[in-house]
Design a protein around this ligand. Structure first.
Ligand code: HEM
Length: 235
């Protein structure tokens, strides 16, 4: 029997994912260039100096970073207008956690990927729904982190324009939380990129971020509860 394809992502979901990824890369590249402090410079002073020289100074680099940040926020507003239902579905799949299925899945998966199956009494992973628990953890971090980054970014942007001296406290907290938010999402992003784009067993999931569909055997093996649900719905 041919391997039936199942729809996983809408066109607007695919657009917002890659738009978000492109904005993240550009925001990271420009944001790191804005840090010019010998004690915390992640790549040494050469990178911020070169980037600032390329765009005509630190002021221009900040304007570019802010411009991309505002575009990023507007992209999400546009997505929410176009596909509010999709955003609601995403949040409803990502935030609920089953202590019986999802928590053991996460610990078993980490054990399988590091020490191997021998240490586990039963190495079988509990069935997962639309997202597995690893994807949920990253998605939760990117939603919460993304909101923190956007809100604190807007406060910092306003601080240069309309906020006065009385806002020093809130602006200082915004700077701190902006860094924490980026650090949290970036840590997860390294694992996300490995799992989603490099790990061979997830290749059909990667392709679905372009085509929107996954083969039935992949859906059955990786997202069995979702596969069972759509099979029943299709009947
Ligand atoms: C450029 C590097 C990236 C690649 C190759 C990549 C790849 C993917 C793929 C293939 C999926 C689909 C998984 C599935 O439905 O089975 C996915 C989903 C997702 N991506 Fe990315 N992504 C990248 C960057 C990002 C960034 C920068 C973020 C956010 C900060 C992000 C957030 C998400 C979220 C929240 C999901 C849904 C949950 C999940 O599958 O983890 N991605 N990504």
């Amino acid at each position: 029997m041919p391997n039936q394809m199942y729809k996983r992502h809408d066109r607007s979901d695919i657009f917002i994912h890659w738009f978000n990824a492109a904005c993240w890369i550009l925001l990271l590249l420009t944001g790191v260039g804005l840090i010019q402090h010998s004690a915390i410079d992640p790549f040494g002073s050469g990178y911020p100096e070169a980037l600032r020289a390329m765009v005509g100074g630190g002021g221009n680099l900040l304007t570019i970073h802010e411009g991309i940040g505002l575009l990023w926020i507007l992209g999400f507003v546009f997505y929410l207008i176009v596909n509010f239902k999709g955003a609601k579905f995403f949040l409803s799949e990502v935030f609920p956690v089953s202590p019986e299925r999802d928590v053991p899945w996460l610990f078993k998966k980490m054990a399988l990927m590091t020490i191997g199956p021998k240490v586990l009494k039963d190495p079988t992973l509990p069935d997962q729904g639309y997202y597995n628990m690893g994807q949920k953890v990253f998605a939760q971090a990117s939603v919460v982190g993304g909101i923190v980054i956007a809100v604190t970014g807007i406060i910092m942007w306003l601080s240069d324009r309309s906020l006065g001296a009385e806002a020093v406290g809130i602006v200082s907290w915004s700077i701190f939380l902006h860094f924490i938010g980026v650090g949290l999402v970036f840590a997860g992003l390294l694992v996300h990129i490995y799992m989603a784009a490099i790990s061979p067993e997830e290749r059909p999931g990667f392709m679905s971020m372009f085509t929107g569909v996954v083969p039935g055997d992949y859906a059955k093996h990786h997202h069995r509860l979702w596969w069972e649900k759509i099979k029943t719905e299709n009947k």
